[in-house]
Ligand binder design. Structure first.
Ligand code: DP6
Length: 359
């Protein structure tokens, strides 16, 4: 077992501690994962772009346990104890990992996380959070079991555990793009994500996130997924997602921005259409996000911009665009902000390379 002194979060510890730390980014789905079967198996395959600056950094320290509880940990987000909801999700992931690595329960864990982006800012914190945690717990397990893994094998296993923590988290391990869910030609599977290679023109893309609402969502993703179980359009959605994925794969491989734009936007609006039309309607878009979308589409008309919008399960809009159109898009966003009466938070990000071990 390796021992090292580490204080990435400026803890004043001088004692040697056992610790590992990973940084994992968030990702934005171009083909949406919406609906699941059984234990975190996606109803349809999805494909995402990994972000660069919006990430979670998670350190796990461990020390021999003094109590007899099967799971013992303290969790801090930005050095603060946070609500039970976080702890329940973390405990669930630890529990899953205990099945394969029971020795984890010999230790008390101190988990320190920080996000570079505000919680509930329209960026999936569960994707980056669960992925950073799965990577760190797996690194810890490798150390306490004195097991070594080939790098690719390690990432694949971490992606598998991340998926059990939160579906979209399995894609955050890889970048700049990842695919998750069965697709015969891509040899992708439901259990973990795989990196997805794209045409050079798609390798560096930009993402500006317009945060229309900071409040926690009224309906969480898990409830939204469950509404797909008996959704009237369930079968149609499965077919649509498969068709959109095929089109997206072709567009990303060949550098076709027109098809990319049509499919990205169709996925975003279909996701919200499915929410509107579920047995318990879920309305997450607000009048402002809709007004913004129509202004954006008006602005874009006839310009041939390599730019598209996408939306996750919330009111916030992600604008995706290529380097060639960065200036035009940034000008549009800042003009729009100036013309708006109330201030708005915009987060600028871009495609990134996936998770990284820090210690
Ligand atoms: C709309 O991964 O948050 O962002 O597996 O229940 O944790 P759980 O769901 P989650 O769902 C993400 C849904 C989405 C689309 C996507 O990221 O593919």
């Amino acid at each position: 077992m390796s021992e090292k002194v580490y204080n990435a979060f400026s803890f004043e510890s001088t004692q040697p501690v056992n610790s590992v730390e990973w940084r994992s980014p968030s990702n934005i789905a171009l083909i949406k994962y919406w609906g699941k079967n059984g234990n975190q198996i996606p109803m349809n395959a999805s494909l995402s772009m990994t972000l660069k600056y919006s990430f979670t950094q998670t350190e796990v320290r461990w020390e021999p346990k003094r109590d007899s509880l099967p799971i013992s940990f303290d969790f801090y987000l930005s050095k603060q104890k946070v609500g039970e909801a976080f702890e329940i999700r973390i405990a669930k992931l630890i529990e899953v990992m205990l099945v394969d690595f029971p020795k984890i329960s010999d230790y008390h864990l101190t988990i320190n996380s920080l996000n570079t982006f505000p919680h509930s800012a329209g960026i999936a914190s569960s994707a980056s959070g669960m992925s950073a945690l799965a990577l760190s717990l797996l690194s810890m397990a490798a150390q306490i079991y004195n097991r070594s893994y080939a790098y690719d094998e390690f990432l694949q296993l971490a992606s598998h555990y991340a998926r059990l923590g939160s579906g979209s988290a399995c894609r955050s391990v890889y970048g700049p793009y990842a695919i998750w869910g069965q697709h015969a030609e891509q040899q992708s599977v439901d259990e973990f994500a795989n990196p997805f290679d794209v045409h050079a023109d798609f390798k560096k893309m930009y993402n500006s996130i317009l945060v229309f609402n900071h409040e926690p969502k009224s309906t969480g993703s898990s409830e939204g997924h469950s509404l797909m179980g008996s959704h009237f359009y369930r079968h149609g959605r499965i077919e649509q997602a498969a068709d959109n994925l095929n089109k997206m794969i072709h567009a990303l491989k060949s550098g076709d921005f027109d098809v990319w734009q049509q499919v990205v936007e169709n996925e975003a609006l279909s996701l919200h259409g499915l929410m509107f039309s579920s047995a318990k309607p879920v309305i997450l878009l607000n009048p402002e996000s809709l007004a913004f979308l129509s202004e954006f589409m008006q602005f874009r008309k006839g310009k041939g911009l390599k730019a598209a919008f996408t939306i996750d399960a919330g009111p916030n809009i992600h604008l995706l665009y290529a380097k060639d159109d960065r200036e035009a898009m940034q000008n549009f966003i800042s003009d729009w902000i100036t013309s708006r009466k109330a201030p708005i938070n915009v987060i600028d990000d871009e495609s990134g390379l996936g998770a990284k071990q820090l210690f």
